[in-house]
Write a protein that binds this ligand. Structure first.
Ligand code: ADP
Ligand code: MG
Length: 358
């Protein structure tokens, strides 16, 4: 099975929004396709290899989780995907169209197809605009609705994100953090985008409202069928929301698999370590699970280790891992993994046992 087999079939959306410019790219093209995406930052200390050759596809209507510890390059991938940051290499395709080098002007009419909701999106809401106007604005900007129609649509959207009609007349500062994030989501979805990138959308919120906002995103995604790249370090959330999960380490994808398979059988030693550190709701399971404590800090992306980038912290690393770069191989079941020690049938070494050994 090729990775393309794991992409769900395109949904039948009555699509009047698509402009003539991307006719021919086809309704079957993935919502997002990143190929060898690279983002290096030149700094006084040297070149920060924040993202280093990431290839990833979000099919139409598919939710792909992107996980990895802080500093692994997740946000940079998200920002490059929506062209808020300029990739230094590779390509970004949205709905099959190469947008990597499009000018701002050429990008403008396509902006309605993809949106980024980030951790503190709510702080970017214009404080002088009412909630109703904030939500309706993208519709007006893209000329997709008359003033009256936009107002009606904004009212509908308010309801869909669980806010009351009277919220339309409030200002952002009059709302709670959770309500503001709902407004950001409503605004992002007002133009019915094909792709939503959600970068830690709940991590700035009170724990008590995080689940509600995640549920809202899940419901909206199911109803609307937009493709979603869901960036998070919350493994519980990603297990709940994502169809497929990609794991990043130091600017690269080290493993990708359908969500249930990744959780049931993490292959890469780094994925095993990441999952072992996550809390399990069932205390009986929690007791039996061996926690893999990784030694050391995430190495600097200024000087990634040679060979396998994870070898400096991997309990299983051998001589080959220290010198030879493992390629991201496609295994059966739509799994991709970059580890010399995982066999072609996906049999993985037990990092917990190795970590426990003296
Ligand atoms: P994550 O979202 O996974 O925490 P980021 O994408 O924010 O990771 O960052 C990846 C790496 O790139 C980090 O080492 C970060 O310090 C570095 N980085 C991000 N933006 C810049 C920038 N503008 N200039 C220099 N380094 C950057
Ligand atoms: Mg981030």
């Amino acid at each position: 099975m090729t990775p393309a087999d794991s992409i769900p079939a395109p949904r039948d959306t009555t699509d009047l929004r698509r402009s003539a410019t991307d006719a021919g790219t086809g309704a079957s093209a993935p919502a997002l396709h990143l190929s060898e995406l690279t983002r290096h930052f030149r700094t006084d200390q040297g070149t920060v290899k924040a993202v280093d050759g990431v290839s990833l596809t979000v099919g139409r209507g598919e939710v792909v989780g992107l996980v990895g510890e802080s500093g692994s390059g997740k946000s940079t991938v998200g920002r490059c995907a929506v062209r808020l940051d300029e990739p230094t290499g590779g390509t970004v395709r949205i709905n099959g169209r190469d947008v990597t080098h499009l000018s701002r002007r050429a990008l403008r009419p396509l902006r309605k197809d993809f949106h980024l909701v980030f951790q503190d999106s709510s702080s970017s809401l214009d404080p002088r605009m009412t909630v109703g106007r904030i939500i309706a604005e993208p519709l007006r900007l893209h000329g997709l609705a008359s003033k009256t129609a936009a107002r009606t649509r904004a009212a509908e959207l308010l309801g869909q994100v669980g806010l009351r009609p009277e919220h339309a007349d409030r200002y952002p500062h009059e709302l709670s953090g959770g309500q503001r994030q709902r407004v950001s989501i409503a605004r992002a979805l007002s133009v019915d985008p094909d792709l939503l990138i959600a970068d830690e959308p709940t991590s700035a919120l009170d724990v008590s409202v995080q689940a509600a906002v995640l549920n809202l995103l899940a419901d909206l995604q199911r109803d609307r069928g937009f493709g979603c790249l869901f960036i998070t370090h919350d493994l519980e959330a990603v297990e709940y929301l994502a169809d497929r999960i990609a794991v990043m380490y130091l600017g690269q994808i080290v493993e990708e698999a359908p969500a249930p398979e990744l959780f049931a059988r993490p292959a890469h030693p780094y994925t095993q370590a990441l999952l072992s550190a996550a809390p399990v709701p069932d205390p009986a399971v929690q007791r039996t699970r061996e926690r893999i404590v990784l030694s050391g800090e995430l190495p600097s992306p200024l000087a990634p280790p040679p060979g396998c980038r994870f070898h400096t912290r991997c309990p299983l690393a051998d001589a080959r891992c220290r010198t030879e770069i493992p390629e991201l191989r496609t295994l059966s079941g739509g799994r991709r993994v970059a580890c010399h020690l995982v066999s072609t049938d996906g049999t993985a070494p037990d990092a917990a046992a190795a970590a426990a050994a003296p």
